[in-house]
Design a protein around this ligand. Structure first.
Ligand code: CO
Length: 137
């Protein structure tokens, strides 16, 4: 098995929500986080809140407009677990290695996510029902 797919950590868990501020409030009522950071992933039309817990984050995802992948997800499934992000050393190399294993990778090249991190997704139908994200941060 190649180094390319070494799982360095679970970097974050993505959770789709319909109202970002009310979700942040609920999470912060229940848990104390080291930090709460709000970001717009402009290219995707998605608003994100990163709730840091140790080396891992909860990534709350909401849609800033109609027709985004997150608004479709919430419409079809309701709010809930959206993706699992695994840190790899290099996303482009991980994409190639995953394709060689026959996985359906949704990105041919790394996409740029929150805070300039590189990311690529693997379709849940090709991986036990989990939308996987390779991430370099
Ligand atoms: Co993510």
């Amino acid at each position: 098995l190649s180094e390319a797919l070494k799982a360095e950590s679970i970097t974050h868990v993505g959770i789709a929500v319909s109202d970002l501020e009310s979700a942040i409030q609920d999470y912060c009522k229940l848990f104390q986080f080291e930090s709460v950071e709000r970001l717009d992933v402009g290219t995707e039309g998605v608003r994100v809140a990163l709730l840091r817990a140790g080396q891992t984050e909860i990534e709350l995802l909401s849609s800033a407009k109609e027709g985004t992948s997150i608004s479709k997800f919430v419409k079809e499934n309701g709010e809930g677990l959206h993706h699992l992000a695994i840190r790899v050393k290099d996303v482009a190399t991980a994409i190639d290695a995953a394709k060689k294993l026959g996985l359906r990778v949704l990105d041919d090249e790394p996409r740029i996510g929150a805070k300039g991190a590189e990311a690529a997704f693997v379709h849940p139908k090709s991986f036990h029902g989990v939308l996987l994200e390779f991430y370099n941060r």
